[in-house]
Design a protein around this ligand. Sequence first.
Ligand code: EPZ
Length: 415
Amino acid sequence: MGAYRIIGGRPLEGAVAIHGAKNSVLPILAATLVCGGQYTIDNCPEISDVETAFEILRSLGCTARREGARAFVDTGAAEEREIPEELMRKMRAAIIFLGALLARFGTARLSAPGGCVLGQRPIDLHILGLRLMGADCEYDGETLRCKGDRLRGCTVALPFPSVGATENLLLAALACEGETTICNAAREPEIGDLIGFLCACGAKIDGAGTSVLRVDGGKPLHGTKYTVMPDRMEAATYLAAAAATRGRLVLQGAEPAHLRAVTETLERGGCEIARRPGEIIVRCDRLTAVSPIITAPYDGFPTDAQAPVMAAMATAEGVSVFEETIFSDRMRHVPALRAMGARITATERHAVVTGVRGLHGAEVEATDLRGGAAMVIAALRAEGESRITKTEHMERGYASFVRSLRACGAQIEST
Ligand code: EPZ
């Protein structure tokens, strides 16, 4: 079990390189299964979730390796097999292999996905769409069995713009005869990146960036070379860290257009933010509360930025009210922030944060990827020493997290 030791109380100052997006490279790695071929994927972040995706591909008979930030995948020899349960449980995103397996082999058999415990993580919308395409899906809450070797194009109207369901249906639609239309599709930039990758493989998909996606299925596909978009959630985390520590950071490689809701929220709190293509500069001398901060599907305030920004608002002047509308239980980081002196009252969906003048170090345990990042941010602000355990949560999604923070003056070490 990993741990971070942090001595806080100093502003972060310096430059941070933003890596490739976890939530884009994972569906892209799954998509390499749809068509047997060779793929070179650049800006592939060195995080444990990517290693898990490599293990899944290898368990299916593919080769997957990396040289730094360049990944090489060959899915030509992929065989129709069940993904080992222990791999499914390591990462919620493994469910994205469902659509790829169905498109490639006409069958898929997966155990229930694992990953962050953010409350309910059902897959009913994935199954709804696949059944409309003609797949026969059985799910007992533990194992999902899908069969569908003659999928047909259809119109799927998603009741909620689920990111994962949109991704799975896009991949399955590649094998459908005819056109598939996905209405109320997720519009997150990672969906656009997946569509960019699939079109580079020869797919015909219209509507990227909109909530109506059209896939002309049955096209011949091929391997490709592709560069993954920058990780907007990694960037949001460093923006929140700069705000919390009243520092100044240059986020190199960040895409400002992907982070409007977060940067505007922090500007309302008094941060100065400069935006250039491929760069965001943030400076914060004084932080005031922002209310309400309500999470929403893109391009609303992203749920993955809720915990990191809450850690910053813990020492803002005034009261910030957060409402979490995407996940049913995404306030699991609140007790740890309280242990550091934050004044927060919370239910499963709401939190009222009354800013305090300062925080103090504490020993806390990371609960999930973004909640753990919030604890790091609070510890960087806190006077004194903190110890954060279960840092394997953060290693899932933040490449060179400790090294990047140390380069900006943070007193942090992995122990
Ligand atoms: C993706 O999760 C991201 N993960 C999450 O990031 C992110 O928070 C989320 O999208 C929302 O933006 C990856 O891309 C790997 P959803 P996903 O399907 O696909 C409900 C991180 O920290 N729902 O949009 O699981 C679901 O319960 C992670 O990097 C159903 O009800 O998100 C949730 O309440 C955390 N039925 C809401 O929709 C379904 O069939 C959003 O889920 C599917 C989802």
